[in-house]
Design a protein around this ligand. Structure first.
Ligand SMILES: [Zn+2]
Length: 259
């Protein structure tokens, strides 16, 4: 594709494709927590149930043209829709530019799309659906056979990532007799481990814990919540995984340079 297309055109194509994928991710984010099918029926207004016309389904543009309201019932449209579409568009264009075409690009795009869906669903419903994390673990390991980090690092990452959070969840339950960390979090970190390998998984956990603590303490400081109910940990795992996937290797190399 790069041989036949000027780089800028290819980048625009990647971004446009990303916006369309983002549209599909919105469907997943809306329907998976409801246990509804993601392929049928076609998109409708969640308020008045009217089926959307094609021009109401254009990523970002429709939201702006409709001024964030349903055309018929005037119910407000969540800003999550254009945000997810814009983010996915930026991710596809950015990853195309950063990785170039190849198996690693495909791996990172599948991984990033899964992280966007998990982030949005965990934020709204405090839920990390198995239909994303479990196939994600399989996909991450499958990609590791043809791309970074290789299948051995992927296997160790998968087991270590899932195992560490599983032990934390069990220990928390034994000590406090209540669920502090859901069982979705170990599966999500196992998925991250499968895609990124064990080194970047440890970094993910470190970044997630640090940002989680900082955000949690800030929310308490401004009186917006208690430490326990601050924000779901899956959101921070997604942020940590993004940082690790993009900038992780230089950080790990720098850190190991001390030994
Ligand atoms: Zn409506």
């Amino acid at each position: 594709m790069t041989d036949s297309l000027p780089p800028l055109v290819a980048l625009v194509f990647a971004g446009a494709f990303g916006a369309i994928v983002g549209s599909f991710l919105n469907v997943c984010i809306h329907r998976l927590p409801l246990g509804a099918s993601i392929v049928w029926p076609s998109s409708a207004c969640p308020h008045c149930k009217r089926e959307l016309a094609w021009y109401e389904n254009i990523p970002v543009a429709s939201y702006l043209l409709l001024r964030a309201r349903c055309r018929t019932c005037k119910a407000p449209i969540s800003s999550r829709y254009p945000l997810v579409e814009a983010l996915t568009c930026a991710m596809f264009a950015g990853a195309w530019w950063y990785y170039g075409p190849g198996p690693l690009l495909a791996s990172r795009l599948v991984f990033g799309s899964a992280l966007i869906v998990l982030f949005a669903i965990d934020l709204e419903h405090h839920l990390l659906p198995n239909v994303i994390t479990l196939p994600g673990i399989v996909a991450g390991f499958a990609f590791s056979l043809i791309a970074e980090p290789g299948w051995i690092a992927s296997m160790i990452g998968l087991l270590a990532g899932g195992g560490v959070l599983y032990l934390v969840a069990v220990a928390y339950y034994r000590i406090r007799h209540e669920e502090g960390l859901g069982m979705g979090d170990p599966k999500m970190l196992a998925m991250i481990g499968a895609f990124l390998g064990w080194k970047l998984t440890l970094l993910t956990l470190l970044v997630a814990s640090l940002t989680g603590t900082i955000v949690g303490l800030s929310l308490i400081a401004v009186g917006r919540g208690s430490l326990k109910y601050a924000l779901p940990f899956g959101c921070f795992l997604a942020v940590g995984a993004l940082v690790s996937a993009v900038a992780g290797q230089p950080i790990v190399d720098w850190y190991l340079g001390f030994f």
